[in-house]
Write a protein that binds this ligand. Structure first.
Ligand code: PMP
Length: 292
């Protein structure tokens, strides 16, 4: 069956799910979005994703044309209609239809789009064996330009970094901030393990505050692992005991090399393994069950 896409209160078959070419989401990347997972018929951390979406929208002065409850209902309705127990939800709010100028006030209403589809970013083999990453020469946009805390539709910065990874034959690239310190990857947050403790860049380093990052910090707390939000250099990653990335699509994926430097012994480490196992346990049991 063709997936059904929700656009502004109606469901359309995928092939007919279309928006105007005058939508400023298309013309200028003017809008915000979320990527959310469904595991075993439960939406994972929906509240946290909606919190971030509404904050992103507020930050760019965009009114989401649905109440929080209404938007939650729209997401649940679309997931149920598509009947997928394991899925990826893409929730998009665009500025809406305007004219060809920049002025967002000419856009009368924002548009709400909910897409539900399948996803597998990495093979099980890569989760077991780990991935190689390179440092992109494309730096992360500075918070004083466009704050990376805003999950906006303007992802060109990240796409350019992703293309560099592709050229190097890697599935992800590390992005530094304007100061040359570690920020995050093109679509994931980064953690290292050093001497039994976890380190990850903080929001002051110009990152998106990932929902999976927060889950990882929570799990570490439960396991009695100390977590530091730290300023990290590439050197810190080269000499780390372990390294892994977190993201809604990637979940928690081990990194075994950066810029051809082997991290640890070149295999996913024990703390990464422990957190990975806990994450997989958690994801099966969280959220309201939508399907019997
Ligand atoms: N950083 C960036 C730039 C991202 O796009 C994402 C989402 N793919 C993340 C980090 C991870 O965030 P989350 O865990 O909320 O998916």
């Amino acid at each position: 069956m063709e997936p059904k896409v929700y656009i502004d209160g109606k469901l359309y078959p995928k092939s007919e799910a279309k928006i105007s070419v005058f939508d400023h989401g298309l013309l200028y990347g003017d809008g915000v979005f979320e990527g959310i997972r469904v595991y075993s018929g439960r939406i994972f951390r929906l509240n946290e994703h909606l919190d971030r979406l509404y904050e992103s929208a507020r930050s760019i002065g965009l009114t989401i044309p649905l109440s929080r409850g209404g938007l939650e209902e729209a997401v649940i309705y679309t997931v149920k209609t598509n009947g997928l127990r394991d899925a990826y939800i893409r929730l998009v709010i665009t500025r809406g239809v305007g004219d060809l100028g920049l002025d967002p006030h000419k856009c009368e209403n924002g548009s709400v789009i909910v897409i539900v589809d399948k996803i597998q970013l990495y093979s099980e083999k890569l989760y077991k064996e780990g991935i190689s990453v390179i440092t992109a020469s494309t730096r992360r946009v500075s918070p004083d330009m466009l704050n990376p805390l805003v999950k906006s539709l303007n992802y060109l910065n990240n796409i350019l970094a992703y293309m560099e990874a592709n050229q190097a034959g890697c599935p992800e690239s590390l992005m530094l901030n304007a100061q040359g310190l570690v920020a995050e990857c093109s679509g994931d947050n980064i953690f290292i393990v050093k001497k039994g403790e976890l380190l990850t860049p903080g929001p002051d380093q110009g990152i998106l505050l990932g929902v999976t990052r927060a889950v990882t910090i929570e799990l570490a707390g439960k396991l009695g692992i100390t977590v530091h939000e730290s300023k990290l250099t590439r050197h810190d990653i080269y000499v780390a005991d372990e390294c892994f990335l977190t993201g809604t699509g990637a979940e928690l994926v081990p990194v075994i090399s950066l810029d051809d430097r082997t991290i640890g012994d070149g295999r996913p480490g024990p703390m990464t393994g422990k957190l990975f196992k806990e994450f997989r346990k958690l994801r099966e049991n969280e959220g309201k069950k939508l399907f019997a």
